[in-house]
Design a protein around this ligand. Sequence first.
Ligand SMILES: C[S@@+](CC[C@H](N)C(=O)[O-])C[C@H]1O[C@@H](n2cnc3c(N)ncnc32)[C@H](O)[C@@H]1O
Length: 287
Amino acid sequence: MSKNPYPLYVPPAMSDETFQALAVFITLNLGIKMPLEKKTMLQARILKRLRALHISTFEEYCELLFSKKGIRDELPHLFDVTTTNKTDFFREPGHFEFLATELLPNFCSYKPCSHEDPVVFWSAGCSTGEEPYTLAIVLEEFKLGNPWFHYVILASDISTQVLATAKKAIYREDKIEPVPYELRKKYLLKSKDNTEKLVRIIPRLRSKIRFFRLNLMEDKFILPSKVDIIFCRNVMIYFSKEIQSQLVMKFHAVLKSKGFLFTGHSETLVNLNLPFQLIIPTVYQKK
Ligand SMILES: C[S@@+](CC[C@H](N)C(=O)[O-])C[C@H]1O[C@@H](n2cnc3c(N)ncnc32)[C@H](O)[C@@H]1O
């Protein structure tokens, strides 16, 4: 394998053939659609891996990736560079409002809930953690008025890099702007070092979330328990309709009876003819 000589080496452009091979591989392993329009974006992202590995061409990268060693060692890095991880605290805030003011009061009136049998949430495609931590803040607030309420949050992603950030729970101050001031004071700790402008989620909230790596393309999800409420937002948008339907059926299998699925605002399951009932736009209940 020829080595590229310097870190900002610019390799020859990716051929359409190589792009096609990578696109098929990525769709098969991650579910993510890779039409030809994404070639420039993919090339830029994989360039980081060429530089890190001192590889000279995209063709050599494919040779490595498609080998036994590549599948073992390089695949996680490919997942890190090809996924889009944009997220925010209180993203799509209407969902959290609906959860706390309508869904939970109603749901908890017929679902028994105790320390031994808590309400189980799953943030599937949790990225750097803003979504599950927002959920934890909202659920802690709900618990204040409803002390009998108990919950746990499962949070998964395919990218080990984003999961490491999520577990650390340390964020730049500008990232927490969507968190209402009163809640920041309760649930976030400021860094003692004033020059740093960092905050950390308080330990009590961190202890509520169990982060783990899971590829949503797996045939079947093995989770610690069945789930009451799934948040899978802004993940399916990258998948084909067929993969979306398969994924929603796997969610159906791990949801408890009458469980809920929240999707992102640009993701609709209407027309997919699945065993879910639309409650409000982007919130579905298992039939
Ligand atoms: C745009 S982020 C959305 C984060 C969060 N749910 C939100 O709405 O803010 C999409 C996340 O889905 C993850 N993802 C993409 N494909 C995946 C797959 N096949 N299995 C698990 N996670 C995946 C990405 O790594 C990324 O962190």
